[in-house]
Design a protein around this ligand. Structure first.
Ligand code: NCD
Length: 312
């Protein structure tokens, strides 16, 4: 049974989940929506603790995990600023995890280094959820992105999805492309040549049977896309700020561009946006990125519930 598939397991990479696992998370998340909205009371996580270890800035991911745990009746502890933890004294991630995993039933880790969550998993006595490891993966964001597409557009495999922006350093798109490939979704990877998705990842997508094409100009893609998934250029990952300046502001989604889009096309963004989507888009029928941010709560409720084996 798919539910057995997540119980007691870590979620580090989107490939840790089978397609039935992913579909089960989305189905459970559907049922969590009323409780996520505060319209229904759930107490299944009473007495359970979530530890959040955030070594990198976050608003949505950390707060929606805490909201999800609270909406399930459980509690959270943790830090959002490594300066206030013993990491500032030089403690290794391994030791921080060894210790904090004794205080909680599940831990969520965000870290600037790729592979950090996998390392955390090795030293943890409880399941580890990866909330972003450098330019690596962000699997829970992918689950909420898939959930948003399914709720707002219908069958995931029937969409044409344009992934736009920083496909080199963006962990959300690394996970999402692999998640979409599972559904056989058609993808267009739109990026400046220097920020295109790493070649080995594109090859992996093709090997998985995904229909993938590459593009540099958003104008060529906007008319045929069902979903525009826009991302921030990941300034903090550039070894050279001069290189960042060359590509900053490459793409802007505004009303003029969207005049060429399908009426039913939706615009998603993991947020934060820093100029990629003009605020004038917010009031159009295309804008779904704030709804997407809300879906982080029911989806993370589903993930926590399944990993902790709380039943539905
Ligand atoms: C993303 C991240 O941290 O990877 N944010 C998020 O979790 N919603 C995207 C980003 O920072 O650009």
């Amino acid at each position: 049974m798919a539910q057995q598939g997540l119980r007691g397991k870590s979620l580090v990479h989107i490939q840790d989940l089978s397609l039935p696992d992913i579909e089960h998370v989305l189905d459970v998340a559907d049922k969590m929506v009323p409780a996520a909205e505060g319209k229904q009371r759930v107490t299944s996580a009473q007495g359970r603790l979530l530890a959040t270890l955030f070594f990198e800035p976050s608003t949505r991911t950390r707060l929606s995990f805490e909201a999800a745990m609270a909406r399930l009746g459980g509690q959270s502890l943790g830090f959002s600023e490594p300066k206030t933890s013993s990491a500032a004294k030089g403690e290794t991630l391994a030791d921080t995890v060894r210790v904090t995993s004794q205080y909680a039933d599940v831990i969520v880790v965000r870290h600037p280094q790729e592979g950090a969550a996998r390392l955390a998993q090795r030293f943890s006595r409880v399941p580890v959820i990866n909330a972003g490891d450098g330019a690596g993966q962000h699997p829970t964001q992918t689950l909420l992105d898939l959930f948003t597409i399914r709720r707002e557009k219908g069958p995931i495999g029937q969409q044409r999805v344009a992934l736009v922006g920083d496909l080199k350093y963006g962990r959300t798109v690394h996970s999402l492309a692999q998640g979409l490939a599972r559904f056989g979704t058609e993808m267009v990877l739109v990026a400046p040549p220097t920020l295109q998705m790493p070649r080995d990842q594109v090859e992996d997508l093709k090997h998985a049977g995904a229909r993938v094409t590459l593009a540099t100009r958003l104008e060529e893609v906007v008319g045929s896309a069902d979903v525009l998934y826009v991302t921030r250029i990941q300034k903090e990952r550039f070894p050279d700020l001069e290189e960042y300046r060359k590509v900053a502001g490459t793409y802007t989604v505004d009303a003029e561009l969207l005049a060429q889009a399908k009426r039913s096309a939706i615009v998603l963004h993991p947020l934060p946006r820093v100029g990629e989507i003009d605020p004038e888009v917010d009031s159009t029928q295309h804008a779904k990125y704030f709804q997407q941010a809300f879906y982080g709560v029911p989806v993370r409720m589903a993930i926590l519930s399944l990993i902790l084996g709380l039943g539905e």
